[in-house]
Design a protein around this ligand. Sequence first.
Ligand SMILES: Nc1ncnc2c1ncn2[C@@H]1O[C@H](COP(=O)(O)OP(=O)(O)OP(=O)(O)O)[C@@H](O)[C@H]1O
Ligand SMILES: [Mg+2]
Length: 248
Amino acid sequence: MSEFIEVKNIEKVYERKIALSSLSLSIKKGELIALIGPSGAGKTTLLNLLAANLSPDQGEITIDGQLLAEMTDQKKRAKKIGIIRQQFDLIGELPVIHNVLAGKLSEWGIIKSLLSMLFPQDKDDAIRALTRVGLSEKLYERTSALSGGEQQRVALARLLVQSPEIVLADEPVASLDPARAEDILALLVKIASEENQTLIASLHSVEYAKRYFDRLVALQDGQIFFDLPSSSVSDAQIASLYKLKEQE
Ligand SMILES: Nc1ncnc2c1ncn2[C@@H]1O[C@H](COP(=O)(O)OP(=O)(O)OP(=O)(O)O)[C@@H](O)[C@H]1O
Ligand SMILES: [Mg+2]
């Protein structure tokens, strides 16, 4: 079976700092992957490369056999890759429904996008998505009036409306309290499984990574330290993954 995402021998250097080196990774469609590793290991850099926000200095990334660097059509790329961030990227002053429908912006033409600022277009899609994340009653609420956990649900609803094949999440729950964090993570993984999305999320919590994800890709100093099914990762491996950095 051919791989869905292929990261081949990537190197990324910032000024003189090597953020990632000789990194290769194959990912199948529908896999749920947690990226773990100490601060500065290269998790955000890898996610930014996968999102095509950065380009590698060496190596290449292909998705479905196509070079990511050549996927320049925004509309097509938005159907392939969706991103969820720690800071949610919502417009606080707007009602929830507008933020959810922003998931469609890349697919809509300019007229429809402008119209949607005044009159929500494809409202049913937004209602359906908000119902799935448990926020159907907050449709017209000002987004900034919602709690952090609720705002992250709005961001998940926006992702549902965008409906990409791949979801990249950089510490998606870092700004939430532990109970809320687990809630959101469980929902993110549930949606990804139901939609057969490929999910790659960086996490600081190894506990959550093991509980919710099938596969752990551990980075250390810009390289893969281990890449294993969650169930087979030992406490000793986790300890040596994080220990090295603490001694610096
Ligand atoms: N814009 C930049 N300019 C220079 N160096 C950078 C830049 N971004 C990241 N780096 C360096 O590249 C390395 C990898 O950073 P990256 O942000 O990918 O790590 P991370 O694993 O996401 O860390 P964290 O867990 O703290 O988020 C680090 O040494 C970092 O200092
Ligand atoms: Mg990071």
